[in-house]
Design a protein around this ligand. Structure first.
Ligand code: CTP
Length: 421
C-alpha cells in the first residue's frame, strides 16, 4: 500500500520531527515510505534521537539534508529563508512528530522553544500531527494526559499509540503505531486540509454477502472487497468521514474509517438504512447476493441423499431501497452503484441506473483480464444519469476509486452542506 504513489501525498512537503525514543527506527521507514508516496520530506532530529539513529539515515532516504541544530542556518536555497526554524515551518504542508517522547510532548504543550522541533512547531501554521511513544506508565501519567489534552485543545492531532510490548519488556499502551497506520493518519489529515470531501459523510459498502445455509455453511460470491476498500480510502484521502459497511474480507480497514462488519444482504440493508439518511454519498461497491436460502437449518445439514436441493428466495435490493427512499428524503445526495456484468455491459448499466434511481453506475465486464473480483486492477465505464459515459483504461483499483471520488466531490460541490448537528 504505502510503497506506491499516493495522490494526496504526491508533491506535499512534510516536515518530520524525530525525538529520542527507541521507536526512532520506524521513523526511517516512515520517511522512506512518504518519499515513495511522492512527498518531499525534511527531517529534524533532536540530540536524543541521534543516540538511536543518525542524520545520514534520513539523508539517504529523503535526499535532503537532515536538520539537527537550532543554530543551523540553511544556505542550500531550498527553504524560503535561511533561518532554519522559520524556513522549515514556512515550507511545510504538515509537521509530523513521530515518535514524540513524553519530554517533547511536555515541551510542546508548554510552548518551549529550546530545540529545533519545538521552535519550528511554534512557528508552524500548517497541521501538526504528534505520535506519542513511551512506556505505558508514562503515557498514562496525569502529567502526560494533561499535556496531550492541551495539544488537542490547540488543534494538534495526537495519534493514539498502540498497545503491546515495549522495549522494556513490559506491556501496555504507548507504542508508536506501525508505518502504514501512521501513513493512514497523515493522508487522512492531508485530505481534511486539501481534499474535496471535507465535512462530507461518505458511506461505502464492500465485499460479497454471505447467506446462511446452516450454522456452518453459506452461499457467497467471488467479491474480494478490494474495490470497495479502495473507494473508502479514496474518500478518506479526500477528507471525508467514512463509514465502511463490509462483509468479512480479511483486508485492513483504512485508517480512520468506521467499519461495520455484516454478513447477509439483510444485515447490510439494516446497516445502510441506519446511516444513509445522514450520508452525503453512498457507494454500493458490495456484491450483494440476489438470492438467499429460503430456510436456514438450525443444525448442520448432514449428508444423506445424493442430491440436495436448496430453495432460494430474493434478498432485499439495498440500492433500490435507498434509491426509492431518497425520493422522499433527498439523501444521500449522490448514489453510486456497481454493475458487474458478463455481457451487454452498457445496456445493463443504463437499465440499472434508471431502475435503482442512482446517479452513477460503475460498470465492469468481469470476464476481462485485469478487471473484476480478485484483481488489483479494474477496467470500468462510469455511466452517469445525465447520459455521460466515461470509459477508463485498465488501472489500479485505487486509481479507479479516485476517479469515482472526484466525480462525487464535483457533484457535491453543487449541493450545500447540511446543517451540522
Ligand atoms: N445491489 C444491492 N442489493 C442487491 C443486489 C445488488 O444493493 N440485493 C447493488 C450492488 O451493490 C450494485 C448494484 O446493486 O451496486 C448492481 O448489482 P447487480 O447484482 O449487478 O444488479 P441487479 O440489479 O441485481 O441486476 P442483475 O439482474 O444483473 O442481477
Amino acid at each position: 500500500m504505502a510503497s506506491e504513489r499516493i495522490s494526496i501525498l504526491d508533491g506535499k512537503r512534510i516536515l518530520l520531527g524525530v525525538t529520542g525514543s527507541i521507536a526512532c527506527y520506524k521513523s526511517a521507514d516512515l520517511a522512506s515510505k512518504l518519499v515513495q508516496a511522492g512527498a518531499s520530506v525534511n527531517v529534524i532530529l533532536t540530540d536524543a534521537a541521534q543516540q538511536f539513529i543518525t542524520p545520514l539515515t534520513f539523508q539517504a532516504v529523503t535526499g535532503h539534508v537532515t536538520y539537527t541544530s537550532m543554530w543551523h542556518t540553511d544556505s542550500s536555497g531550498g527553504l524560503p529563508t535561511h533561518i532554519a526554524h522559520v524556513g522549515l515551518s514556512e515550507n511545510a504542508d504538515m509537521l509530523v512528530i513521530a515518535p514524540a517522547t513524553a519530554q517533547h510532548i511536555a515541551k510542546l504543550a508548554n510552548g518551549f522553544a529550546d530545540d529545533l522541533i519545538c521552535l519550528t512547531a511554534l512557528n508552524c501554521r500548517c497541521p501538526i500531527l504528534v505520535a506519542p511513544a513511551m512506556d505505558g506508565n508514562m503515557y498514562d501519567h496525569p502529567a502526560t494526559v494533561e499535556n496531550i489534552r492541551k495539544l488537542q485543545e490547540r488543534g494538534i492531532i495526537v495519534i493514539e499509540p498502540d498497545e503491546g510490548r515495549f522495549a522494556s519488556g513490559l506491556v501496555g499502551r504507548g507504542r508508536l503505531p506501525e508505518v502504514p497506520t501512521l501513513i493512514g493518519h497523515i493522508r487522512h489529515h492531508m485530505g481534511r486540509e486539501w481534499g474535496g470531501l471535507r465535512d462530507r459523510h461518505v458511506l461505502v459498502t464492500a465485499g460479497g454477502t454471505r447467506e446462511a445455509i446452516d450454522p456452518v455453511r453459506y452461499v457467497t460470491n467471488r467479491s474480494s472487497g478490494k474495490q470497495g476498500y479502495a473507494v473508502a480510502q479514496a474518500a478518506l484521502d479526500a477528507g471525508a468521514t467514512v463509514t465502511l459497511i463490509s462483509t468479512p474480507t480479511g483486508l485492513p480497514v483504512p485508517i480512520n474509517a468506521t467499519a461495520i462488519i455484516v454478513e447477509s444482504a439483510q444485515e447490510m440493508l439494516d446497516a445502510v438504512l441506519e446511516h444513509s439518511n445522514a450520508a452525503d454519498a453512498l457507494i454500493m461497491a458490495a456484491a450483494v447476493a440476489d438470492y438467499r436460502p429460503l430456510n436456514v437449518a438450525d443444525q448442520k445439514i448432514k449428508k444423506t441423499d445424493d442430491v440436495l436441493t436448496l430453495d432460494l428466495t430474493r434478498t432485499p435490493d439495498i440500492l433500490q431501497t435507498v434509491g426509492q427512499q431518497r425520493k422522499q428524503t433527498g439523501q444521500p445526495y449522490v448514489l453510486v452503484g456497481f454493475a458487474a456484468e458478463t455481457q451487454d455491459l452498457l445496456k445493463n448499466a443504463k437499465s440499472k441506473l434508471r431502475r435503482k434511481n442512482v446517479d452513477y453506475i460503475i460498470a465492469n465486464d468481469v470476464t476481462r483480464d485485469g478487471a473484476g473480483f480478485q484483481a488489483d486492477t479494474n477496467i470500468v465505464t462510469i455511466v452517469g444519469a445525465d447520459g455521460n459515459t466515461l470509459s477508463l483504461p485498465q488501472q489500479t483499483k485505487s486509481a479507479v476509486a479516485e476517479v469515482i471520488i472526484q466525480r462525487i466531490a464535483a457533484r457535491l460541490q453543487t449541493i450545500p452542506h447540511r446543517q451540522r448537528k
